[in-house]
Design a binder for this molecule. Structure first.
Ligand code: C5P
Length: 225
């Protein structure tokens, strides 16, 4: 299933894409770029088109702060949200405890971001991570799932590895999707929709490949086909 990242400037532009894409796209991703200025207003805008929200704030803080933030996220009635797996086992399990206080029908899915898809091995080595990316992603994913995450956000390449090592019992979300493998922006670990599908992605996040297209609706329909 496609999730469109509403990485746009403001409400008007968001409305334009919702108008165009909501007949075929069921979930829109909201990041800090829209959530900081508009908060609940942008969430309600997406919901007013009968669509659901993936709130991608990649929470990363001490466990108490994340747990309290998760409680506020539940009140926003989003479908899914992200924490950062680097926040560690305690941070994620405290967030899980908060979610368990609500009936399953009111509980959003908690996804753990492993390593953003704009980073390459050399970036990680510079930061002191000595593992290969897929091993690091595997370690973070295992930690996050054991601590209570429902799913993992990672690149297509690593998802293939995770499916082989950890099976199918978690939701796999892959950003970094490009229609062609020629890439000139900030993303590095990219893949095509076809590759995402065969790697076992449940959801693929598409931002610029859709938003910058001359005909975004056509692109979405083609990818869905
Ligand atoms: O425009 P593009 O398709 O590259 O956008 C990708 C989206 O996915 C952005 O909104 C970005 O925040 C998000 N994302 C990512 N890598 C992750 C997690 C989220 O690129 N690991």
């Amino acid at each position: 299933m496609i999730i469109v990242a509403l990485d746009v400037e403001g409400l008007e532009e968001a409305r334009k894409y919702l108008e165009l894409l909501s007949p075929v796209v069921r979930i829109f991703k909201i990041g800090p770029r829209l959530f900081i200025p508009y908060g609940n207003q942008i969430i309600q805008l997406v919901r007013s088109y009968n669509c659901e929200v993936f709130l991608d704030l990649k929470l990363y803080d001490i466990p108490t702060q994340v747990a309290e933030s998760v409680r506020r996220i539940v009140e926003l009635k989003v479908k899914m949200f992200t924490v950062h797996a680097l926040g560690g086992e305690r941070m994620i399990s405290e967030a899980r405890k908060v979610l368990e206080k609500y009936p399953s029908s009111q509980r959003p899915l908690m996804l753990a971001v492993t390593v953003v898809t704009s980073m390459e091995e050399k970036d990680l080595h510079f930061l002191g991570f000595k593992n290969k990316i897929n091993i690091l992603v595997y370690k973070l994913a295992k930690l996050a799932l054991n601590a209570g995450a429902d799913g993992i956000v990672c690149s297509v390449k690593e998802l293939e590895y995770l499916r082989a090592k950890l099976g199918k019992n978690f939701i796999g979300v892959t950003p970094g999707i490009r229609l062609k493998r020629t890439n000139r922006d900030d993303q590095r670990r990219i893949a095509t929709p076809q590759e995402a599908l065969s790697a076992g992605a449940d959801y693929m996040v598409m931002g610029r490949a859709v938003l910058s297209a001359r005909d975004p609706l056509k692109i979405v329909k083609e990818v869905m086909k």
